[in-house]
Ligand binder design. Structure first.
Ligand SMILES: [Zn+2]
Ligand SMILES: [Zn+2]
Ligand SMILES: [Zn+2]
Ligand SMILES: [Zn+2]
Ligand SMILES: [Zn+2]
Length: 327
């Protein structure tokens, strides 16, 4: 799952002001009254010294100050409490920067040299993730994701049963299907899936038939990426189980945007059922995925199923040329 980083611009200005004695008639920009005696002047406007105040602490500003989003601050108050700080280098951010799904802002240039968590996309720095574990295949698992990382086959099998039960509620019936489940590393998964980069799961089917083409046995193998956090593991299993359902219920020669988009839509339904911020993070990534099959395909199926109902969507998937038209 790749995360989306928002590019945002943040600008603040350091301005100067002076306190002087009024020898002519001046009006205070803040209260509108005439100023007798001392006044504070900045940007061509005058104020009673007590009326030009810091938006953070409320105390008068007497010298250079910082202005951000049309509000004025003591530079000290601004730098300590208001300014946006980079989650990687802790320096104040000025200008273009990126913000991850979790709200952490950082300088754009850190993308070039700071590793990020393969699962949640956070930059791996001690203040943010308290370090990371690294898989031999090059994946980084930050210490926020690590506690829910699934590395045992037993736990993965339990999540497979959970995913199957949740899919059952949407009419995708695979609870009784016998499936061989395997945990794989990313290079193994890339080989098994025919060279697909960043694959998190793959499903393989074998059908043995006699010479009259009668099906003698079916074998179903599901491979998933070892070490994914529980939420991503469950969502991936839901995706693969929907391939199993399509294998058992519909023609296999469908447009891949429809079949993969449908698996992702089933995964989306399961994520919505699970809830929580990790699920929201994954949904956000799916809704913004630029991939024509996994992203656009998913959004087309979602639009269809939300308009016509999940029953109609599953009925279409069982037809030779599904009419997910008008999308
Ligand atoms: Zn005033
Ligand atoms: Zn202040
Ligand atoms: Zn920085
Ligand atoms: Zn992480
Ligand atoms: Zn798939």
């Amino acid at each position: 799952m790749r995360s989306t980083l928002l590019v945002i611009v943040c600008c603040f200005f350091v301005l100067s002001g002076v306190v002087a004695d009024a020898s002519d008639q001046r009006m205070c920009r803040a209260c509108g009254d005439v100023i007798d005696g001392q006044y504070f002047e900045t940007g061509g406007a005058s104020y009673h010294p007590r009326h030009f105040t810091c938006h953070y602490c409320g105390q008068p500003i007497k010298e250079a100050f910082s202005s951000y989003r049309d509000k004025d601050y003591h530079t000290w108050c601004f730098e300590q409490y208001v300014a946006l700080r980079c989650s990687v280098c802790s320096q104040i951010i000025q200008g273009k920067h990126v913000t991850d799904f979790w709200g952490n802002a950082s300088h754009i240039e850190h993308q070039k040299n700071v590793p990020s968590c393969t699962f949640c996309g956070r930059f791996i720095v001690h203040d943010l993730t308290r370090g990371s574990e690294n898989f031999r295949d090059g994946r980084n698992l930050c210490n926020i994701c690590a506690p829910s990382s699934v590395t045992s086959l037993g736990e993965a099998k339990a999540l497979l049963r959970d995913a199957a039960r949740m899919l059952d509620n949407f009419g995708i019936r695979v609870v009784d299907v016998s499936i061989d489940l395997y945990l794989a590393d990313s290079d193994q998964l890339k080989d098994i899936s025919g060279g697909r980069e960043h694959a998190t799961g793959f499903t393989d089917f074998w059908v043995k038939k006699n010479i009259f083409r009668k099906v003698l046995s079916r074998e179903i193998r599901v491979y998933v990426l070892r070490g994914m956090p529980r939420t991503e593991m469950t969502a991936t299993l839901a995706h693969e189980l929907t391939h199993v359902w399509q294998f058992l219920n519909g023609p296999l020669d469908q447009d891949s945007a429809v079949s993969e988009g449908s698996c992702n839509f089933a995964s989306y339904l399961v994520l919505r059922k699970m809830g929580g911020t990790e699920a929201e993070f994954m949904i956000d990534a799916m809704l913004n995925d630029p991939d024509p099959i996994y992203g656009s395909g998913f959004r087309r199926v979602k639009l269809y199923a939300e308009r016509e109902g999940t029953q109609a969507w599953l009925e279409q998937l069982q037809k030779k040329n599904p009419k997910l038209t008008g999308l």
